[in-house]
Design a protein around this ligand. Structure first.
Ligand SMILES: [Zn+2]
Length: 249
């Protein structure tokens, strides 16, 4: 149990709720409800997806789309086993030829993967599962909701609508800097939880290591964030996790 839960009245007063990351059990303090975050993020997601579709750049690689959907379905099943409530989320997988996109996950399980990125790294199915596992892990661990909650707290905003915090988070560099420690921890967490999901979905650990080796070789600033741990340390994490999976058998 989270220590703060000892004061339910206080929690209610500040609108906080406790949450927990599956597997690691890390406690998170949430100041927005999952529903609130999902509906606000969904508006932006729809806007983005509709914009890409209007430009003819959504799901224009049908073969990749089919791979994403079938690999994604297995990973979502593994995620449901860890956190049953994600079964009720509307998971969506899309691909885009927009070269700016490598891979993006939005709250509630909306995942967009860039076809140029997949081609550039020549990702096989197990490697693609590792990439998707990372993105699905962000959703499952509700990192978006946690970041927005933390932004509200760190910046001592009065309780403002979520939309306002989201805009500040996107446009204000100082807010991003103050959140960089959290972001970098979330990236490492998504790497690890993502590998657990890929492992449980039956993908070989060698493919996961190979994915992180490709990132490290190309020194890709992949998976959209300056908050990334150095790619070399991500590769050693992947190797360590692979050893754990082996000893699991
Ligand atoms: Zn990430």
């Amino acid at each position: 149990m989270h220590a703060a839960c000892l004061f339910p009245g206080l929690l209610f007063a500040c609108g906080m709720a406790g949450a927990q990351v599956p597997e690691s059990g890390r406690a998170q303090e949430m100041r927005y409800s999952a529903e609130e975050v999902a509906s606000t993020v969904e508006d932006r997601y729809i806007e983005r997806v509709v914009g890409l579709a209007a430009d003819g750049r959504l799901d224009d690689d049908r073969v990749l789309l089919a791979r994403l959907q079938s690999i994604g379905a297995g990973l979502v099943r593994a995620a449901v086993a860890l956190k049953p409530e994600v079964a009720g989320w509307e998971w969506e997988f899309h691909t885009t030829s927009d070269a700016e996109v490598d891979a993006i996950c939005m709250a509630g399980g909306k995942i967009l993967v860039g076809s140029a990125f997949v081609r550039q790294l020549a990702l096989g199915d197990g490697e693609l599962a590792t990439l998707l596992g990372h993105e699905i892990a962000h959703a499952v661990a509700e990192h978006h909701r946690e970041t927005l909650s933390e932004a509200l707290f760190l910046n001592r905003y009065p309780v403002v609508p979520l939309e306002v915090v989201m805009e500040r988070l996107e446009s204000d560099l100082s807010v991003q800097v103050r959140l960089s420690k959290l972001s970098s921890m979330q990236e490492s967490e998504a790497d690890q939880l993502g590998m657990v999901l890929a492992h449980r979905a039956g993908w070989p650990a060698a493919d996961m290591v190979s994915f992180y080796r490709k990132l490290s070789d190309g020194d890709q600033m992949a998976l959209v964030s300056s908050a990334y741990p150095a790619s070399a340390s991500r590769l050693s994490m992947a190797k360590g996790m692979a050893l754990l999976f082996q000893s699991d058998r």
